[in-house]
Design a protein around this ligand. Sequence first.
Ligand code: PBG
Length: 320
Amino acid sequence: MRRLRKTGLLRGLVRETELSAGHLVYPMFVRHGVDGRVPIASLPGIDHLSIGAAVDEAREAAALGIPAVLLFGLPAAKDEEGSGAWDDEGVVQLATRAIKAAHPDLLVITDLCLCEYTSHGHCGVLRDDGVVDNDLTLDLLARAAVSQATAGADVVAPSDMMDGRVGALRAALDEHGLAETPIMAYSAKYASAFYGPFREAAESAPAYGDRGGYQMDPANAEEAVREAELDAAEGADVIMVKPALPYLDVIRRVKDATRLPVAAYNVSGEYAMLKAAAAAGLLDERAAVIEALTGIRRAGADIVITYHAKDVATWLSAPA
Ligand code: PBG
């Protein structure tokens, strides 16, 4: 082996895993009513964006060779049902139209969930006893998916973890002439502490209770494979595993079991951890980020969704 490691060129020739901007997706937070951009305290380097700022940010990502953005919305108002999610003039719908008009070649993926839109912060509508009503939520998610895809979303990404949602969304999209819109399903979504900074950014922390009723137990991997297989059978085009770094084994198992494209979400807490360590002078940010994302790719992820996307694309275009 040592002979192959000796010279840089040869090392490159036999390298098994490639990390390039072309595999990255850049998440963005579009917020109703902000002027330009407002930094998000919990996610250093990431901002809340107006529609105009989102178009600028999307242009920067595209110019760096990043093929796709993932949009989250902070609506004007929240209510019990999360009706902002299917408002055709909602913030994600407006941003999708504006970005597609300005940069038709950039893929727009829309996160599809109610938690950013509900006053209680849960991912679905609640029954009287405070538990999420799975089937009622499916109808609302379907309306949101149709609204997002009609606004021009190239891919919809349901992140709610309701049972049966992929099938319900597929049927609703097909019925509305949107049969060509792929579904990227957050199939293995764990009840994770690593979403903390995101919930501040999206103002979507549950007002009471937790998401343990619909998100997965971090101790389970077989269950992730079953969830992924169910979503695949219901018509998911891409399977997502989330978070990424504590679940590299799950990425590999889901990839091997489904043979579908797999996306891994390098979530807010994973990002914040490296940013904080780098800011404290404890880690070389560039080296640590590239190593972490290469590990996610090596585990089997075709697509890596990451807040580091612009930095990584910049570093990769100017090798150290
Ligand atoms: C839910 C959603 C969450 C994230 C993406 N979509 C959080 C949650 O379940 O609370 C987290 C992403 C991140 O932490 O970066 N719509």
